[in-house]
Design a protein around this ligand. Sequence first.
Ligand code: NOJ
Length: 744
Amino acid sequence: MTKRLIGFSVFILLVAHTSFGQRKTITQKVDSVLRLMTLEEKVGQLNQYSGRDLTGPASTKKTNMLDEISKGLVGSVLNVKGAKETRDVQNEAMQSRLKIPLLFSLDVIHGYKTVFPVPLAEAASWDMEAIEASAHIAAKEAAASGIHWTFAPMVDIARDPRWGRVMEGAGEDPYLGSLIARARVKGFQGTKLGRTDAVMACAKHFAAYGGAIAGRDYNAVDLSDQQLWETYLPPFKAAVDAGAATFMNSFNTLNGIPATGNAYLQRDILKGKWKYTGFIVSDWGSIGEMIPHGYAKDDADAAQKAIIAGSDMDMESRAYKSSLAKLVKETKVSIALVDDAVKRILYKKFELGLFDDPYKFSDVAREQQALNDPQHKLIARGVAQKSIVLLKNEASILPLQKTLRSIAVIGPLAASKRDLEGGWIVKSDTTQVVSLLEGIKSKVSNQTVVNYIRGCDANSSSTEGFADAINAANNSDVVVLAIGETWDMSGEAKSRTDLTIPGEQVALFTALKATGKPVVVVIMAGRPLIFPIVSDSAAAILYAWFAGTEGGTAIANVLFGDYNPSGKLPITFPRSVGQIPIYYSSYNTGRPVTNEKNVVYKSAYIDAPNTPRYSFGFGLSYTTFLYSEIKASANKMAANDKVIISFTLTNTGKYAGEEVVQLYLHDLVASVVRPVKELKGFKKILLQPGESIKVSFEINKEILSFYNSRLQWAAEPGDFDIMIGAASNDIRLKTKIELVGTKK
Ligand code: NOJ
């Protein structure tokens, strides 16, 4: 470092940290730095580049990017990871005039080195502690590897399994989705930003990305305000309330306006009504993509529209870089807008402590330790177990005996490691993944013969391997068949119109079934699939999703009863693609919604039932639960009252087990018609065989409220059905309450 640079950095430090010996607030520090910045440096802070080339071999791209970083023209880099790598790149930023540290960001979606189940799978656990723990471990590992910021959680509500990104979210329900959004933000961010076991979270994609028409990724979204507020926005609001440091906007248009250029979303709702103080990053290239959308004519127009609409940081469009300074000079964009965006970003850099120590997260020793902590795998295994959903268990074939004589383990996913990890893996070591085959082998007794045959590929038309598979089945007492999607069939840009299990996998099932041996099917996938033949004739079905590094052990634990399954579906499984979109919180119609034959003018299909194959909230256990004795502390309440609904839950089976008891309500008559069922509460409860517990839920005005036609959040007097059940289609107890008062 030259003498001049050293002198200047001391000056910056002084400006930033003290004023005549007094400690400054972060806002004061931010203002002090902002005052020193040129317009170009300000625009630089709003620039985010993918740094993939930075860690690669010498190239012009690399040299140019390093040059820009060392001139203070880049605010953040994504896709550089590793304590050493991030340190090296940060070093370049420290050569810049103002030495403003870079933010290193990455898609740490479900684990960093230790891969946890994909987010939709975790949602099936309905276990907020587990989900928070998973996010926290991902953060701990990433933060030790120099990462300051993850692009997660994705809190988009998704009701269309054709959309491949259902895999990254928490499913279809705004209530469950909001609690999970909160748990994930808290997990990633830990107790305080700036601790080296935490990273900044990013609630994405703001907003309504999950509403893509026909489930085709990036497609337009056309939603009523009612649906936007009632279904799509709640998890984002929950993320704000949980302190999410950043937001990401989305690729889609919403009612004709790209989310990235949408001032209603970003300025009016997020930064206005919700008083959000963090910053918003665009999605990759989404500022520039407003041109093909037909919303901006060129980069300058796109940059102007994006900054005015509230997008603070430009991920990879380079539209701010090319146009923003000019737009300010031409007074087409007010400097106040640029300053506001810069301040939001600098604030986070201060909060993270990067002005004190820009290398704080890039610690090789901590990285070594965090990435090799055996505890992380144990926790990942626990979360994976909780995520598995038992869909069928005919004649209680499960759990299997560990001492069985022989077992055939068949299927293209049985020995696969990579598929268990799902999409979005960033630093995993796939060789460390426990496959299902390995999990089963280490579970059964020494005498048990394990006959493994792949049988077929996941997605090819060859049936060559069937004969060996049938042979293995014939030589075994039971078959465990692992089929489903490969890891790369769901996720971003992985929309499908056909949701059946691909290739010849179902034919393989049918061939194995024909042997007469019981076939237990383990389905791996990142979305709800459609598998009627398997549903109808498998002996048992475990929906294991993509269960992560410890997936094989977790599934084997469930198969052999070391863990009693407790997962419940966070998303509806349709019978056919023709039913989509299908979700539990649907509306009544004026005509009966029924499949009864003797009703003619009904709201139904003539070729399929209305009901889904598996409903939201459904999942079996090895034990059984009895719900009894529902009581309401009152059957009328005023707006400022509360009613306590209580009931008794008893484990009536042979195994200890967890039940997710679910509270739904229906507002019978309202100024805007209400869904026939809305989830408003749930509890996951562990009971020993024979054990009973009194469970209660509080009904208050908040729970009874909804957005009326003027988008006011209000509860309207009248009757409400209160339903308690084991799934949205398995209501065990019912009562009614009346909210008294006068209608407005
Ligand atoms: C595009 C995806 O939509 C977004 O979720 C992700 O964070 C960015 N790419 C960065 O990889």
